[in-house]
Design a protein around this ligand. Structure first.
Ligand code: COA
Length: 385
């Protein structure tokens, strides 16, 4: 297997982009990534998108976007794994370059979610849960994560303040990210007193509905050395795993097993352990998700993720900074794009280009992207060469 680098990243400003179409935002990000990489030729592309059919009525997306980017007739493939579609696109591009089939591959993700009503968005998102056993009975994603939060509170004594601390920290980080949907700060009280969505999760515990895209250019190390002027960021480890979608089929409501399994694979491939990871972008679709994921990645003992957040261990100046970009909570969550947006943040941090939120000399970063209530997960480990 050949070694693979990320040689360019690009992301548009995320938010409610009513003046732009899905193709506009994808192409904007793709051109930024192509410019950042300094490449003029790409061999193929992968696009992560959860459900452009339901959000904007457009399928056959991979060809449409290759066309609008001016790249036909290159091979272009759309991949879908709910909210982990972007992470999966990166994995597919990695495999293609590592196999020697292509030298330079564009991997991207996109979702245009605000062209439908709130109800329409909730319906479209819920198609990633188990229709027969969950959705037909009224469950939504805020509802499913609320069940996990209640159980985590019951088993480990996780508190309202611990959930709130995740949102406060991510809004703080997002206030330093000019591309984030929300650049406003909040407080523990502000999160707790926001309107209730699904007890115990308030509006401020939830990621928002977002339009956005992100792209990255992957290349073999040899090709990267030839063309790239940027510090090279190598993908050391890739892990992908699945779990039962319906919550009632799982052994535990407080462990996201696809994340545990995906991270095991990524750590093993990279030859790293949780303590070697300097910082991470994780899938905080709800505050409880960040708490559970930081435990399931092995950063904190089970039941201690909430304590870590409240004690500032996951802040920019903490021992394990989490979601320096603002995370899904503040940067936004255009579902198909999120996994690639995480890669963009890790690459920026490793290259020392993260501006006001830059960490001191990080060497190894991790991304964790998951689908729906955790039925799929993709983990990447990256190191600056
Ligand atoms: N965090 C902070 N503020 C938010 C927000 C969020 N998640 N969602 C909306 N807002 C703000 C809006 O900017 C708006 O502010 P304004 O009045 O100052 O303009 C206000 O709250 C109302 O926004 P609106 O779009 O009417 O909210 P809504 O009630 O339709 O939707 C949620 C709120 C939480 C239900 C929606 O964001 C949601 O469903 N989130 C979860 C998404 C999800 O499940 N993703 C998949 C995860 S697996």
């Amino acid at each position: 297997m050949r070694e693979v680098c990320v040689i360019g990243v690009g992301m548009n400003k995320w938010g409610e982009l009513w003046g732009k179409s899905i193709r506009d935002i994808f192409v904007e990000s793709a051109l930024l990534a192509i410019k950042d990489a300094g490449v003029d030729k790409i061999d193929s592309m992968y696009v992560g998108c959860m459900t452009s059919g339901l959000f904007v009525g457009q399928e056959h997306l991979a060809s449409l976007l290759a066309d609008y980017l001016g790249k036909v007739p290159i091979p272009s493939t759309r991949v879908e794994s709910a909210c982990a579609s972007g992470g999966l696109a990166v994995r597919c591009g990695f495999i293609e370059v590592a196999s020697g089939m292509s030298d330079v591959v564009l991997v991207g993700g996109v979702e245009k979610m605000t062209d439908v009503s709130g109800d329409g968005a909730t319906y479209a998102l819920a198609t990633a849960a188990d229709q027969e056993y969950e959705v037909f009975h009224g469950a939504t994603f805020p509802g499913l994560y609320a069940l996990m939060a209640k159980r985590h509170m019951h088993e480990f004594g996780t508190t309202r303040d611990m959930l709130s601390a995740v949102a406060v920290k991510n809004h703080d980080n997002g206030s330093k990210n000019p591309l984030a949907q929300f650049q406003s700060k909040t407080t523990l009280e502000g999160v707790a007193k926001a309107v209730m969505v699904a007890d115990p999760l308030t509006l401020m515990d939830c990621s928002p509905i977002t339009d956005g895209a992100a792209c990255a250019i992957l290349a073999s190390v040899d090709k990267a050395k030839e063309i790239s002027k940027n510090p090279l960021v190598k993908i050391l480890g890739v892990g992908n795993a699945t779990d039962r979608i319906a919550l009632h089929s799982r052994k535990s409501l407080t462990t996201l097993n696809a994340t545990v399994e995906a991270s095991k694979r990524a750590y093993e491939m990279a030859g790293k352990s949780p303590k070697d990871i300097d910082f991470a972008e994780v899938h905080d679709c709800f505050t409880i998700a960040e708490i559970m994921v930081t435990e399931d990645l092995g950063f904190f003992e089970k039941g201690k993720g909430g304590h870590a957040a409240l004690e500032g261990k996951t802040a920019l100046d903490g021992e394990k900074p989490i979601n320096t970009s603002g995370g899904l909570k503040s940067k936004g969550h255009p579902v198909g794009a999120t996994g690639v947006g995480q890669i963009a943040e890790v690459v920026k941090q490793l290259r020392g280009e993260a501006g006001e939120r830059q960490l001191k000399n990080p060497k190894v970063g991790l991304t964790q992207n998951m689908g729906g209530s955790g039925g799929s997960a993709v983990v990447h480990i990256l190191e600056v060469m």
